[in-house]
Design a protein around this ligand. Structure first.
Ligand code: SAH
Length: 467
């Protein structure tokens, strides 16, 4: 190890930054945020620095640099454009035994500044010891995207309970288990979704139970997670996090392997989709299963294609959970309309084509489509139809018999966003024939409206897929 990684408490301590540019501004900003009593010494300030100085009320000195300026400081930074000034600062600081950092001059640094990921009070600092700043930046970007912003809130919340937990659970191993439950469970999830009061109530309960029976309690919960239309990259961070902490997962046929592989390895998997005999597990049975598993204390992951609240029966599932007092969360996903549109190069609205879009189901109930044709056949509107492949003929006929132009552009997107996505474009008149000829299969989404013509210009996914 070339450096000692430490987090320095500089609250109320004196520090000095010499320099008037953006480098000085960045240092000043960090030092001020860490609570330093900071002075910036420079004849002139650029806008960046002036903003920081004004924001934090930092002392500004424009005269010469002297031993008095460094006297009493815990650390000093040289970020001047004038190398002599930096050298002078270095020798003054060294003579006074004060830690000094001169920007971009490793030889003149007692310490180096790491890249940081700030989720205060949680702070991650990364350093390659000055060897590979690019690698440091890459790692920082990785952490920035994988560590939710709300982890800071979690750390703060946990910190506020530290003494109480210590007082209530004296055994260290049990205390650790308590924190594990708290950090990976419903308390944290409520905090992440901004429900501080619920988190506090749950935490108090958890603590109370832990004090009584040794911390074995774990309230079960159901996560109703939208996974998007298929491309695993379209998952939300939150979905992924819950997928990685679930004990059991219920999924159906819309959930592809790419997504299922991201579920925690040792979670049990329960398939509740259509079986070979075409019978799916009835909705009531799924709801009962969710309740039973949650009551066993399990973290139950219910994966839904697309968004749970768009033709996903999510509303029904959580209604039953709510009635039975089971905790749950709903995590939105990219719905098929949005995913398919983006990956097929068909904007759903466009100033020159459509002022709005309407989303309906083409699923027939008792042989009847039950669509409000007048609301569908409107000028400058895109119509998106879910579950409409089987009734495609009835749908296009319905449009035509209710007065739609037979040349109205229309498309079918099969396996949208997934490898093997296919897009068939045509008109209300030709779409059924083209789609049948191409043997289009489920899942498929129908898009009707003049926006479909934009695909020729805008498609970027699987460009060679036109059938
Ligand atoms: N909750 C889901 C929709 C479930 S209904 C969502 O928000 O997307 C199932 C229908 O969604 C399918 O019949 C199909 O019309 C559409 N669908 C879902 N995933 C799709 C995909 N990858 N490509 C095309 N259509 C899809």
């Amino acid at each position: 190890m070339d450096h000692l990684p430490i987090f320095l408490n500089v609250k109320g301590q004196r520090a000095l930054v010499v320099g008037g540019g953006t480098l000085a501004a960045r240092k000043a900003d960090l030092l001020a945020r860490a609570g330093c009593d900071l002075t910036v010494l420079t004849p002139e300030m650029n806008d960046d620095l002036a903003r920081v100085v004004a924001e934090f009320g930092i002392n500004h000195k424009s005269g010469d640099l002297s031993a008095d300026d460094v006297h009493g400081c815990v650390i000093v930074f040289g970020a001047s454009a004038d190398p002599d000034m930096n050298l002078k600062l270095h020798s003054l600081a060294t003579a006074a035994g004060i830690l000094v950092n001169i920007s971009d001059t490793t030889d003149l640094c007692d310490f180096i500044m790491p890249a940081i990921v700030d989720r205060s009070p949680l702070l991650i600092s990364i350093s390659s010891g000055g060897t590979t700043p690019l690698l440091t930046r890459m790692l920082k970007a990785r952490f920035e995207t994988t560590i939710p912003a709300a982890y800071g809130r979690l750390a703060e919340f946990a910190g506020s309970y530290r003494d109480r937990v210590k007082g209530a659970i004296s055994n260290m191993a049990r205390r650790r288990r308590f924190w594990e439950t708290m950090i990976a469970g419903p308390v944290a999830e409520h905090l992440f979704s901004g429900q501080e009061d619920e988190a506090t109530a749950l935490m108090d309960k958890l603590l109370e139970d832990a004090a009584v029976d040794g911390g074995e309690v774990a309230a079960g919960e159901v996560y109703l997670v939208g996974t998007g239309p298929g491309d695993p990259d379209l998952l939300t961070f939150r979905a992924l996090r819950l997928m990685q902490q679930a004990d059991v997962v219920l999924y159906d046929r819309l959930i592809g392997d790419g997504i299922l592989n991201l579920v925690r390895r040792d979670a049990s998997r329960i398939y509740v989709g259509k079986m070979k005999n075409d019978h799916s597990v009835p909705q009531e049975e799924i709801s009962e299963m969710l309740i039973r598993l949650a009551r066993e204390g399990k973290r139950v992951l219910r994966l839904k294609g697309g968004d749970p609240f768009v033709f996903g029966r999510g509303g029904e599932e959580i209604a039953t959970l709510a009635e039975n007092g089971v905790n749950f969360q709903v995590i939105p996903g990219v719905t098929a309309a949005n995913g398919c549109a983006a990956y097929a190069g068909i904007p759903l609205t466009h100033r020159d084509h459509a002022q709005g879009y309407i989303v309906v189901t083409g699923h027939e109930k008792d042989g009847d489509l039950n669509l409000n044709w007048d609301s569908l056949i409107q000028p400058r509107q895109t119509v998106v139809i879910y579950m409409g492949l089987t009734s495609l003929g009835t749908i296009t006929e319905g449009f035509l018999s209710h007065g739609a132009d037979r040349e109205t552009p229309a498309a079918v997107v099969e396996n949208g966003t997934r490898v093997g996505q296919r897009v068939i474009t045509g008109t209300l008149e030709s779409l059924l024939e083209k789609s049948t000829a191409a043997a289009i299969e489920s899942p498929a989404l129908i898009i009707i409206g003049s926006v479909v013509t934009l695909r020729d210009k805008l498609a970027w996914f699987e460009r060679g897929d036109e059938a």
